[in-house]
Design a protein. Structure first.
Length: 225
């Protein structure tokens, strides 16, 4: 069905104005972002096909420009709109999450940061910076790739701590395999950071290894001396 054949009140933009954004399906919201379709395919149809291709809304988080533009009907303009939409959504979520939040329990830390890793296919290392009352000051992706002393540079971790005047650092990373069991290198590197934290006066409060459904906490397992 062409857009002009859809009753005006049921077209995505008009429906949003009249009934609010919550009344729209994911494909209708995406159709508004796309703006228009391509030859012989309207925006609604293109949005529906795009969702079928991506398979899940959360998978948009892991798509980059090159991957998006390989999808039929998605050119440079539409790809950049989608990437901007995803990034804006992440920033809104993080701003809401970090404001006045206190993270002194590992489960709360996991709930705060698990969305960082939705759809991510490679190992990522984040740090969450806390003030003296363990309230969130900032969170930042610092490294991608296998976590070792050679490619996760402590100077970057502690440099960010100094910038926000942090008292504590929480380290968080994922394993692409989905396992949350710490490796020998995870334990070795964490101990290395603990010693550096004592020297720098910014303590490592916890280190979490996470997946989309579970986590492992060094604090809960008494691995932070």
């Amino acid at each position: 069905m062409k857009i002009k054949e859809i009753p005006k009140s049921e077209r995505p933009r008009e429906k949003l104005i009249k009934k609010g954004a919550k009344s729209l399906s994911s494909s209708e919201l995406l159709a508004i972002i796309l703006g228009e379709g391509v030859r012989n395919v309207n925006a609604n149809e293109l949005a529906f096909e795009l969702l079928k291709e991506v398979r899940s809304m959360k998978n948009f988080v892991s798509l980059d420009y090159q991957e998006l533009t390989k999808i039929k009907g998605i050119g440079p303009v539409k790809a950049t709109k989608i990437l901007a939409m995803v990034e804006l959504g992440k920033r809104i979520f993080l701003e809401e999450e970090k404001e006045h939040i206190k993270l002194d329990k590992s489960k709360d830390i996991y709930n705060f940061c698990k969305s960082f890793f939705y759809g991510i296919k490679q190992e990522c290392f984040y740090c969450i910076y806390l003030d003296s009352k363990k309230k969130v000051l900032n969170s930042k992706l610092l490294f991608k790739g296998t976590m070792t002393k050679s490619n996760v540079h402590p100077r970057e971790i502690f440099k960010e701590a100094y910038k926000v005047n942090a008292s504590y650092i929480i380290c968080v990373h994922n394993h692409p395999s989905g396992s949350v069991d710490p490796s020998f290198k995870d334990i070795e590197f964490t101990n290395y950071l603990i010693e550096l934290g004592r020297i720098h006066g910014v303590l490592i409060y916890d280190h979490l290894i996470v997946s989309e459904a579970k986590y492992y906490s060094f604090l809960e397992n008494s691995l932070l001396d």
